[in-house]
Design a binder for this molecule. Sequence first.
Ligand code: AMP
Length: 188
Amino acid sequence: MNLILLGPPGAGKGTQGHLLHERYTIPKISTGDILRAAVGAGTALGQQAKSYMERGALVPDDVMIGIVQERLGQADTKHGFILDGFPRTAAQAEALGQMLHRLGRPLDYVLSVEVPEEELLRRLAKRREIEGRHDDTDKTIRHRLEVYQHETAPLIEYYRRGGLLRPISGLGTMETVFARIIAVVDPQ
Ligand code: AMP
């Protein structure tokens, strides 16, 4: 099962990706987690990514495409994967399409997790308190939502045209949202 979780910051992509990973034992590939690990380890990638992340800006496409290309080349992705936080731009979506075509592993679904903006702001403020994420400050939160609207939201239409889009309401408990996802990917 080859999936993309698409949605604004705070929609619950990470949580739902984790639940999918547990249920289907396929890797969840979170580009945000990969970048945060690189920043924490102080690698060259981390040094390059840090300032973008702190501002709530996107790390350049070529860097991100390289990361995902390498990750999808690893054997554990052969029976499926869940992409969380990638693609975020049209260029990333195009590059991913080419990669998956070359690998002969087409996408099954793009799950678009939908949450109204007021609720996103509430959740991101809460996450800042609980997780202490450095990029969850008022200014960066606002900027990340703007970047999402401008760069990433157009991918909804892109995947709708491709027939892959499945809208999922992200409201309610994580179990409720997960049940909606299962109803789409694994209907009984
Ligand atoms: P996330 O954990 O998905 O919210 O990502 C945290 C931050 O990492 C984002 O605000 C970006 O700065 C960076 N990032 C993660 N994924 C991408 C991506 N696909 N393209 C560009 N930047 C990304």
